[in-house]
Design a protein around this ligand. Structure first.
Ligand code: ARG
Length: 566
């Protein structure tokens, strides 16, 4: 028996009382916004349209019809446009906790995505250009979406659409040629310095710009030396990124970046021409999008024949569709590129790709204040080192029992990452936010370290209570409202995952985990395990261990390590 059993029973009763389809009723059942309102709610808006009556009237009528005899339901009540259902606490707690205890780390997993592929384009930094905070946000949000969809049974493909082709390579090559040593080609820091030097020198020697253009022209024309240099620079950058990704716990299934599409753009350009979509404007090949409400035309080729970011993305979308047959293709990229993605999706539609509707721009706002001492551009490695040393300091100030930890540095690394990730994922992604080290690393506020601490605290209780976890424990002893709030929150986990996935919003999961940790925080004192009567201790321990599993699973999806000790 599980939450699903109760859902089915309620859906069944609602479908009979409201004369609607069972599936339809089940689909509409939601969790009320506050647990004290009940365990399930049926919204009456759709029925209102059908029956031409206001929703509260329908809710009241339905509640009257439904008041008796639904399996596990103790109370039915109309609240505004909703019918709220409260379950019998003991039956419900038993169902939820046993299911969760048996599932362990798998709790919340679903198979709804079976056979469907979600392709996620994220991180996608540019080579030979600085990594910006925006790329870090994309990495964090994209990684979370990847794990979220995976948990719901989807097959995920993580795509890193590296910006590995473009005029910046000309500049980087000029830097290497003029001021570099051969070994600089395999040293990213040296390459970065040469890139910076190029820009400085260019101010007083504008002729360098011509030289850079010439190198990139050669690269595009397939010149051996230019390509060798390009490849070396790309390899060095990619090695560096991969190192950082592994530190962040992020993975990609493919690194098909922009250069991969060099020979795949003619086909899409030809198709656009053949459909009569293109025109010439100031020598450039464009698609006018005025007819679909976009003022700026889509640029396919510059007057000199060079292709563009958009041309590559068109070829990439087609390639991905042919390769992965995706159910959804998500682009996790800052709001600054909204126009680009509107154009991309519209052109795909005009090209007759019915699947264009399955593509979405998962946009996000700006972050302010996330910089290291060296300034605006972030050197990821340095940012993570700074996070680690600040975390170590914060830990020394706040956590008392230091002796329990074997590897302080490793814990600090995890806490630093947890702080950065959670600061990012707890806000609605479209919002801009101010990053503040102190706030992000606080163990008291609504932070990653706070959640990690909640998890480790339960782990400590389990280790020290002297009682074994027993999934069949008698739960009659769980009488406190604090316990029932926790049960109710645990039961919602899968709904939360679904909702977060549906709107591509990891913050829904992050906020839920905070709610769970707050409920736990208010519960510790009344839900003691150690030295309690065995029956009471066992029931509470089962509850706490299940909460721990949910925290671990949720944190894992967000990319935050759940430690046993900290
Ligand atoms: N490299 C791009 C940038 O840094 C982001 C690429 C996003 N993905 C894409 N398919 N356009 O702005």
């Amino acid at each position: 028996m599980s939450r699903a059993t109760f859902r089915a029973a309620i859906a069944d009763a609602v479908s009979r009382a409201a004369e609607i389809d069972r599936e339809e009723a089940a689909e509409q059942l939601v969790a009320p916004p506050r647990p004290e309102m009940g365990d399930f709610a049926f919204p009456c808006f759709l029925l209102s349209k059908k029956l031409k009556k206001v929703p509260p009237a329908i809710a009241a009528e339905l509640a009257g019809k439904l008041s008796i005899g639904i399996f596990g339901v103790e109370r039915v009540e109309a609240t505004g446009p909703y019918v709220n259902f409260r379950l019998n606490k003991l039956q419900f707690a038993g169902a939820v906790l046993r299911e969760a205890a048996v599932a362990g780390a798998e709790y919340g997993r679903s198979s709804e995505g079976a056979g469907k592929v979600v392709a996620i384009d994220y991180s996608s930094p540019n080579i030979a250009k600085p990594f910006h905070v925006g790329h870090l946000r994309s990495t964090i949000i994209g990684g979370a979406l990847y794990r979220l969809f995976e948990k719901l049974g989807y097959g995920c493909v993580g795509i890193n659409h590296l910006g590995d082709w473009g005029t910046q390579f000309g500049k980087q090559i000029v830097g290497v040629k003029h001021w570099g040593k051969p070994e600089d080609l395999s040293d990213l820091m040296a390459l970065n310095q040469l890139y910076v030097k190029y820009h400085k020198e260019e101010e007083t020697h504008p002729e360098l710009a011509n030289e850079a253009r010439e190198w990139f022209r050669k690269q595009e024309a397939g010149d051996r030396e230019a390509l060798d240099l390009w490849r070396a620079i790309r390899d060095t950058s990619l090695d560096y990124f991969k190192r950082i990704y592994s530190r962040l716990g992020v993975q990609f299934d493919t690194y098909t970046g922009e250069s991969f599409f060099n020979d795949k753009m003619e086909a899409v350009v030809d198709a656009a021409k053949a459909r009569g979509l293109t025109s010439i404007s100031d020598g450039a090949l464009v698609i006018d999008l005025e007819r679909v409400g976009i003022k700026t035309p889509a640029l396919l080729k510059k007057a000199d024949g060079a292709t563009l970011y958009l041309t590559r993305d068109l070829a990439a979308a087609e390639y991905r569709h042919a390769t992965y047959k995706f159910h959804k293709l998500l682009y996790v990229v800052g709001t600054g590129q909204s126009l680009h993605f509107q154009q991309l999706f519209e052109v795909l539609k005009l090209l007759g790709h019915e699947w264009a509707k399955d593509c979405a721009h998962v946009n996000f706002g700006l972050v302010k204040g996330m910089s290291t001492r060296k300034g605006e551009v972030i050197y990821l490695e340095e940012l993570l080192n700074e996070a680690r040393s600040r975390a170590l300091k914060a830990m020394r100030e706040t956590i008392e029992k230091r002796a329990e930890i074997d590897d302080e540095e490793a814990v600090a690394e995890a806490v630093g990452i947890g702080a950065i990730f959670f600061a990012d994922l707890s806000k609605q992604r479209i919002k801009d936010y101010d990053f503040d080290w102190k706030r992000a690393l606080s163990f008291e506020g609504d932070t990653g370290p706070y959640l990690m601490n909640a998890h480790a605290r339960i782990a400590g209780i389990i280790r020290k209570c002297g009682v074994e976890i027993d999934p069949r424990a008698d739960l009659a002893a769980l009488v406190e409202p604090e316990a029932h709030l926790l049960v109710s929150l645990v039961s919602r986990y899968q709904d939360v995952l679904r909702e977060a996935a549906k709107v591509h919003e990891p913050s829904i999961l992050a906020q839920y985990l905070l709610e769970l940790a707050h409920a736990l925080h208010s519960g510790y004192n009344v839900l003691r395990v150690k030295d309690e009567e065995p029956k009471v201790a066992k029931a509470r321990l089962l509850l706490l261990s299940v909460v721990k599993n949910v925290l671990a699973s949720g944190l894992g999806i967000l990319g935050i390590p759940a430690l046993e000790r900290m």
